[in-house]
Structure formats: C-alpha cells, structure tokens
Design a protein around this ligand. Sequence first.
Ligand SMILES: NC(=O)c1ccc[n+]([C@@H]2O[C@H](COP(=O)([O-])OP(=O)(O)OC[C@H]3O[C@@H](n4cnc5c(N)ncnc54)[C@H](O)[C@@H]3O)[C@@H](O)[C@H]2O)c1
Length: 368
Amino acid sequence: MQVSFKTQKSSQAIRSASGQVQTLYLAPNDVAQIVRRHGVGKVTAGMAAYIREDFLRWAQFDKSARTAAHSDAGVIELMPTADDQLYSFKYVNGHPGNGAVGLPTVMAFGVLADVATGAPMVLSELTLTTALRTAAMSALAAKHLARADSKTMAIIGNGAQSEFQAFAFAQMLGIKTFHLFDVDLSATARLQCHLERAGLNVKTFTSTADAVRGCDVVTTVTADKKYATIITADMIEPGMHINGVGGDCPGKTELAAGVLRQASVFVEFEPQTRIEGDIQQMPADFPVTELWRVFAGEAAGRTSDAEVTVFDSVGFAVEDFAALRFMKDAALEMNLGQTLELIAQSADPKDLFGFVGQAQTAEQGTFA
Ligand SMILES: NC(=O)c1ccc[n+]([C@@H]2O[C@H](COP(=O)([O-])OP(=O)(O)OC[C@H]3O[C@@H](n4cnc5c(N)ncnc54)[C@H](O)[C@@H]3O)[C@@H](O)[C@H]2O)c1
C-alpha cells in the first residue's frame, strides 16, 4: 500500500477567532499513533521524501553548525534553521550514561514557527521523531551510496535508535538480514526480538569484527563519549557502505581514521560535520561531499561496486525542519494533537501588562 502524506501548503500560524495564537502540541503518544497507523518503515520512507525535498532546496535555508553546551556527562544542543516561510529549532541532548539513571541517552523536542510573524505553529516531542528522522536520513543516504544489491546490514550498538534504523533500511533498501552486536547482551536480545517479530532475519555476534564480516551495509550507532574505534580498517571489505551514526560530537567518534582514508565520505552540512563527525580526526582539507549535491545530481554517489562509502552522520537542522513538517501534516491528517495557548496576548498587543488582568496598587507596582 502506498501511503501519501500530503504537504499542507499553509505556513500561517494557527489563530483562534479572537486572534489568539494557537500552537499545535504533538505529544509522544500522538507520534506513536502516527507510527502505529502506518508502520515505522512507511513513516521513515515518508519522512525521507520530505528530507529529500528540503535538501533539494538547500540554498533557501539559513544554515549554521549547532550550538552545543558540553559537560563531562554529555551535551545539550540547539539546532535552528529557517527558509522564507518556516523557522524550526530542536533541543536535543546526548548523555551516554543516562541509562544508569533510567533516562534515554537522547531526548528532544522542537518548534516550527511562522517566519512572517514569529508565532509558534507546532511544539512537538522529538525524541521518537529524532529516531525516525535519523533512520530516514540514513536510509536516504544509503539509497545513493550503498550497492543496489545490498542484502545484509550489521547494526553495531543495539540501543534506542536501532529498531528505527533496521525498519527504515528494510523498507527503503529491501534489506531483510541483520547482524547484531552490542556490548550489552540484553540490548541485542531486545532488538533481535523486535526484528524477528516483524519477520526479519537476525544473527547475533559476540564481536563487531564477526558481525560486520560479509555485510553490505554497516551501521554504527553506539553511544560513548570518547574517541572510540568501533570499526577499524581491517574490517572493511570492498563495496561496503558504512552508516556512521554515533560519532556525532567533539571527542566522540566510531570510525578509525584508516576507515575514512580508504572511503569516499559523505556528510550533511560540512562545517558542522568537521566539528562533530568522525572526520573531526582528519585534516581540515580531507575531501568530503555534501549529500544535497548527490541528491541534486551535482555530485556522484557510489561510482563502482568495489568503492567503500561512508555516511558520516551527525544530524542536521534541516532534517528536523523536514521531520517537523512531516509530523504536522501526518497529525493534521489524523486529527491528532492538542491546541496550546503558549503566547500571552491581550486585545491591545501593546498592553501586555493588561494580560495580568488585575489592578496593581501603587505599593504592588513599586519595588524600590
Ligand atoms: N547522527 C545522528 O543524527 C544521531 C541521531 C540520534 C542519535 N545519535 C547517536 O546515536 C548513538 C546511539 O543513540 P541511542 O539513542 O541508540 O543510544 P543508546 O544509549 O540507547 O544505545 C547505544 C548502545 O550502544 C552500545 N554500545 C556502547 N559502546 C559500544 C561498543 N563499543 N560496541 C558495541 N556497542 C556499544 C550501548 O551498550 C547501547 O546499547 C548515540 O551516540 C547518539 O548520540 C546520532
């Protein structure tokens, strides 16, 4: 069944009859309902189409590397972007030790706003949505970079993102066999159970080297705040595509330099990836290609069956912009979400004080 997610043309902020700005709030359960209705595969494919659409008009976006607040435990980042109609930002963290205190490694929310007025149109959960959009972006990149006959994918790191990665690759590349490895055996057992229940073939391994052997695609999606070398040069086979998702922060990598040296490396937004991606360990002139150029036909993706390709994924704001657009459209189609009055507004916009709605005595109003 082909699912069509219709792009809503209106970028107007939602206003009530009285002119009050009304923001559509999408809770985690709203996003879960969208996923339950269509399935992870079709949602990621639908979202990938939105991402591709936005990457194809790359020049229209305000682009900047994200603002990051680092600590020993992790990072909190803000990811803004805008075109001439819509503005978006995502708040997202990355705290690899969060599992020990019962919290996800990655938590996110974000806003889509009307550029003409600045009014917030959508406030959405983005924890689930980030997993969906990251998987959508990975599979979209792999459509251009992996061999067309790819059948097997290794997933190294079997945490929160991993099912989404598997279902996106199953849907968009037809990959049905997955090799799993995680240092946490219970994480692998959970992922195996979810994939087998969906009819996918799973083999589990006791090392990364064993898991990746003979695979067409290798996805690394581990979480550790260090210069890790999950994939080393000796594990690379001709024609492999590496989808490196977990090396996404200064001081946090997954691919050894020797892997990058023997591959053609593709990135989202080069200035951000130079700081955050696996290529942070390479010289500033190490050659990379931005993916929008491949999607637009301006640059080549894979050029031969033997070529080794790497998508050095870090996650870029335009993907979240597209994901927010997608979720808004999918939610409106299913009549999901809740209206929030986030903005304090009075009938006279200059009379913000009047919104408080109570007479202030001289004493209450004087703080001297
Ligand atoms: N590139 C992007 O756009 C993007 C988006 C979201 C998340 N991420 C990154 O993806 C990574 C995974 O996120 P998550 O939400 O699944 O985290 P998670 O904590 O739920 O899962 C990470 C898994 O990696 C495993 N792991 C750690 N070190 C390992 C090693 N050496 N070998 C094998 N497994 C190992 C852990 O045991 C854990 O199960 C994080 O680093 C996160 O920052 C990237």
